[in-house]
Design a protein around this ligand. Structure first.
Ligand code: KG4
Ligand code: ZN
Length: 352
């Protein structure tokens, strides 16, 4: 089984061709970071136009690299949401056109499900597993019981983890995109220099919160004697933030492991996915936690943590295997929770 995957839900345009024996036959990711950098964040209209400019060329390239024709494909998979709707529409319309013209099955993939299933592409992980999904827009702990079967244990009551990295990077003048820049600077910093809060630590649930941590950094920056921090101070503050965030995530994940084991007593696999899974400090903390809890940690290679189309093609393969295809009247979805039945968390303003 061979599937073409298309990803256009945020600021990466990507196409890939993946086979059901877990081989990535061709893959290309085009970042729009240069187009958004002047604005300090992703501008939805700019993103949609940029996807439109390059998507057909990227698809032609992966088809050429893999020496395949559209007729050779077993399906066309595309991110159907959640995401910036203009970009999602560009991808969905393109996928529908190819599916209609080549008379191949069309599969609308939930972007979060694609992140969630990536560990099965990279490591062949079996169900069930505990998933920590940390990206620019999402921060969730879920039990993954199967394709389309997710139980949300925890979510963020304010910012997503990647969003917190991006906002703190901006506060520190590290530019955009913030997460990778902050990690780079933090390498030369002292993580013990600033005593920052570990939000939600010790709470019996496993929800997240990062806005208080971000505010603590802002207060340090705003009240800095003499006005502006020097490079060593910025490195120390970046390192202190990164450590506090990783601590908080490790604490919440420890709670989730207990809940996971309440459901699956012999569950032994923790998977981390999403763009922030590229962060080395976070990976190290999770690896230590997993070892202490008798779990194994699966973290996909960096290029498959951040947005890409191989994960979309793979999710398409997983759905095709179960006979799950979509009609050509599928409507792109700006919001698309993995576990629609998750009870609202016990506070106001919780993101789905
Ligand atoms: O999954 P992703 O590529 O896009 C979505 O949000 O769906 O995640 C992007 C997020 C951004 O917030 C980015 O700053 C963050 O992941 N990120 C990182 C690192 N690499 C990417 N955060 C911390 N450290 C990193 N090395
Ligand atoms: Zn993503």
């Amino acid at each position: 089984m061979i599937v073409l995957g298309i990803e256009t839900s945020c600021d990466e345009t990507a196409a890939a061709i993946v086979a059901d024996d877990r081989r990535i036959l061709a893959e290309v990711v085009r970042s729009q970071v240069d187009q958004h950098a002047p604005w300090g964040g992703v501008v939805p209209e700019v993103a949609a136009r940029a996807h439109l400019d390059v998507l057909d060329g990227l698809i032609a390239r992966v088809m050429a690299v893999s020496s395949l024709a559209f007729a050779d494909l077993d399906g066309i998979a595309v991110t159907g949401g959640p995401g910036l709707i203009g970009g999602v529409i560009v991808g969905v319309m393109t996928a529908k056109a190819i599916a209609a013209a080549a008379e191949r099955p069309f599969i609308a993939v939930n972007h979060l499900e694609a992140h969630a299933l990536t560990a099965r592409l990279t490591d062949g992980v079996a169900f069930p597993y505990l998933l920590l999904l940390v990206s620019g827009g999402h921060c969730q702990l879920l039990i993954v019981d199967g394709v389309g079967r997710y139980r949300r244990l925890g979510t963020t009551i304010d910012d997503a983890l990647g969003e917190a990295f991006d906002k703190v990077a901006k506060l520190l003048g590290l530019g955009y995109p913030g997460g990778p820049a902050l990690e780079r600077v933090a390498r030369s910093g002292d993580p013990r220099r600033f005593d920052l809060p570990r939000p939600m630590r010790g709470r019996p649930d496993c929800h997240f919160s990062f806005s208080g941590l971000k505010t603590a950094v802002r207060q340090i920056v705003d009240t800095w004697p003499g006005g502006s921090l020097g490079a060593p101070d910025i490195a120390d503050l970046a390192a202190s933030f990164q450590t506090a965030a990783a601590d908080a995530v490790a604490d919440r994940t420890r709670r989730a492991i207990a809940m996971f084991r309440g459901v699956h007593a012999d569950g032994d696999t923790l998977v981390v996915a999403g763009g922030v899974a590229a962060n080395g400090e976070l990976r190290a903390r999770l690896a230590a936690l997993a070892a202490a809890e008798g779990m194994r940690l699966i973290a996909p290679p960096l290029a498959l943590c951040t947005d890409n189309a191989a994960m979309i093609a793979w999710a398409g393969i997983e759905r095709l295997r179960l006979g799950l295809t979509d009609a050509l009247d599928f409507a792109p979805r700006p919001r698309w929770p993995l576990d629609p039945s998750a009870p609202a968390a016990a506070f106001a303003g919780v993101k789905a």
